[in-house]
Design a protein around this ligand. Sequence first.
Ligand SMILES: C[S@@+](CC[C@H](N)C(=O)[O-])C[C@H]1O[C@@H](n2cnc3c(N)ncnc32)[C@H](O)[C@@H]1O
Length: 196
Amino acid sequence: MEPLNANYWNERYQAGQIPWDIGYASPPLLAYAASLQDKQTRILIPGAGHAYEAVALHQRGFEQIFVCDWAPLAFAHLRQNAPDFPENNLLVADFFTLDLQVDLILEQTFFCAIDPALRPDYVAHAARLLAPEGTLAGVLFANPFPFPGPPFGGTAQEYSQLFSTHFSIRQLALCEQSIKPRAGRELFLEAIVSIE
Ligand SMILES: C[S@@+](CC[C@H](N)C(=O)[O-])C[C@H]1O[C@@H](n2cnc3c(N)ncnc32)[C@H](O)[C@@H]1O
């Protein structure tokens, strides 16, 4: 497998080869965020790419959104579409090296993009970044893919075992707001960090 490093991803943005990019904010993530009352909720979107969700939430008045992507070209879209988004909240960095505390992590095709061997580290690091009772919410592919990734899929059983090491799972079920091409192929995960 080609190394899935920052260069690999940045080249995809450079070449415009971004088939994962749906071109607008993910409906399940927006539906979830609509339930949040507090506009000061600290939200992290890791592997955010064009970060449509960050733009939409910023426009809805959320003031503490952080986006992380290690491909420098990824944030061009956000910079253009939300010019008043705080530059300090654009984290061009490896997710696994992030050191901040947030209340909510929103997941949209980042988990499926990393080497599956790193999944336990993803779960542990996400838990580390969350404040007590913080939440990780978002979509995960519901099945393994019949080709080498990325994307890498999985099963609800696998995810349940994996996330239960650091989270209490509130929901892990077929996602109802998936976009048409992904309908029936995504799970919605909502998990509350466990106190260590
Ligand atoms: C499949 S894309 C998804 C982008 C965006 N979430 C979307 O749905 O359009 C995966 C993204 O994760 C980023 N990424 C992969 N590994 C990363 C890491 N360790 N730290 C930060 N970003 C990473 C890539 O640069 C890429 O932009």
